[in-house]
Design a protein around this ligand. Structure first.
Ligand code: ADP
Ligand code: MG
Length: 333
């Protein structure tokens, strides 16, 4: 029993790191020099050169810039398929803007990330079990901006949604009015993603700028029915591209920028606190301190499974933010 307990503790929350390659956008010269190295014998260790000193971190696994989207997916597959068996799963991409969060979750058309690969895998697994089980897969696309939750597949994407307790007394939460689209193919999901994207509210000139300041959520629900026994299961996969974790200079930001920064800071700290409390098995888990943790509490607690993917920029000019991200990673691990 003790052993099982240990496995559970270790198994429920995992923290990976992913270091993106240096690109031409990083510029040239000392600012763009590489500052991250790896341990050839241990893929959980990463070294950061910060202000002339080497700082080492141990996570559950670290992906180097050479790791492909498929390499990363390989390591998260089991987590994803567990939602077919009724488990709730959360995968978060954390890190400063430009560190590769969206690349890991969405990817590019040539190199799709976890979101598309996850749905594709779910489609094929569900197909494989189709003689005994009937499944429906639905997706919701939402964002949290300035602590307001919005339905990006809804008719009124600007409207703020409430999170409520289910009236059935189960203690479960739900979001009245959050749109769910049933999906059966990659074409379906591409359409859904496109539609969701076009609805991201923005006062910014670029979508990129806005997306770095809001949390983007893809919520996949897998409902199963065992034909022979009538048993029903529901599993949820929450794929979250978090707002950029960079600290906004106190002097520089004012007005709405400052407010945004405060909201982001608050919700990322709240997420860290919740994962820390779950991992440390603290009696009180402060889910209510942010919209994100409140919304996801059913997918973070109990026998749910969580993966925090901490994204890292390898270049010299980002080492202060990288240090913060890796400290966050170590705290929740
Ligand atoms: P974020 O979402 O954290 O702001 P992005 O995912 O937009 O960062 O990544 C910044 C840039 O780096 C993008 O041009 C992206 O395509 C590129 N990039 C990030 N990670 C990788 C990677 N592992 N391999 C290749 N290019 C990457
Ligand atoms: Mg992004």
């Amino acid at each position: 029993k003790c052993h099982n307990e240990l496995v559970r503790l270790k198994g429920n929350i995992r923290v990976f790191g992913r270091v993106r390659p240096i690109t031409t956008e990083d510029g040239e010269g000392p600012e763009a020099a590489n500052s991250v190295t790896f341990d050839p014998d241990d893929d959980a260790i990463l070294h950061l050169m910060h202000k002339g000193k080497q700082v080492s971190f141990e996570l559950d696994k670290v992906f180097s810039p050479q790791a492909t989207q498929q390499d990363v997916f390989q390591e998260v597959q089991a987590l994803i398929t567990s939602c077919i068996d009724g488990y709730n799963v959360c995968i978060f991409a954390y890190g400063q803007t430009g560190a590769g969060k969206t690349y890991t979750m969405e990817g590019t058309p040539e190199n799709p990330g976890i979101n598309q690969r996850a749905l594709q895998l779910l489609f094929s697994e569900v197909q494989r079990k189709a003689s005994d089980w009937g499944y429906t897969i639905t997706v919701s696309v939402a964002e949290i901006y300035n602590e307001a939750l919005r339905d990006l597949l809804g008719k009124e994407p600007q409207e703020k949604l409430d999170i409520k307790l289910c009236p059935d007394g189960s203690g479960q939460l739900y979001v009245p009015g959050l749109t769910e689209f049933q999906v059966q193919s990659v074409e379906d999901i591409n359409k859904v993603f496109e539609f969701g994207h076009s609805n991201r509210v923005t006062e910014y000139t670029s979508l990129n700028e806005h997306s770095s300041r809001s949390h983007a959520l893809l919520i996949v629900t897998v409902r199963g029915l065992d034909y022979s026994t009538g048993l029903r299961t529901t599993g949820k996969l929450n794929l979250v591209d978090l707002a950029g974790s960079e600290r906004v200079g106190r002097s520089g930001a004012e007005g709405s920028r400052l407010r945004e920064a405060q909201y982001i800071n608050k919700s990322l700290s709240a997420l860290g606190d919740v994962i820390y409390a779950l991992r440390a098995r603290q009696g009180h888990v402060p889910f209510r301190n942010s919209k994100l943790t409140y919304l996801l509490q059913d997918s973070l607690s109990g026998d749910s499974k969580t993966l925090m993917m901490v994204q890292v920029s390898p270049v010299e000019k980002n080492t202060s933010e990288t240090l913060c991200s890796l400290k966050f990673a170590e705290r929740v691990r």
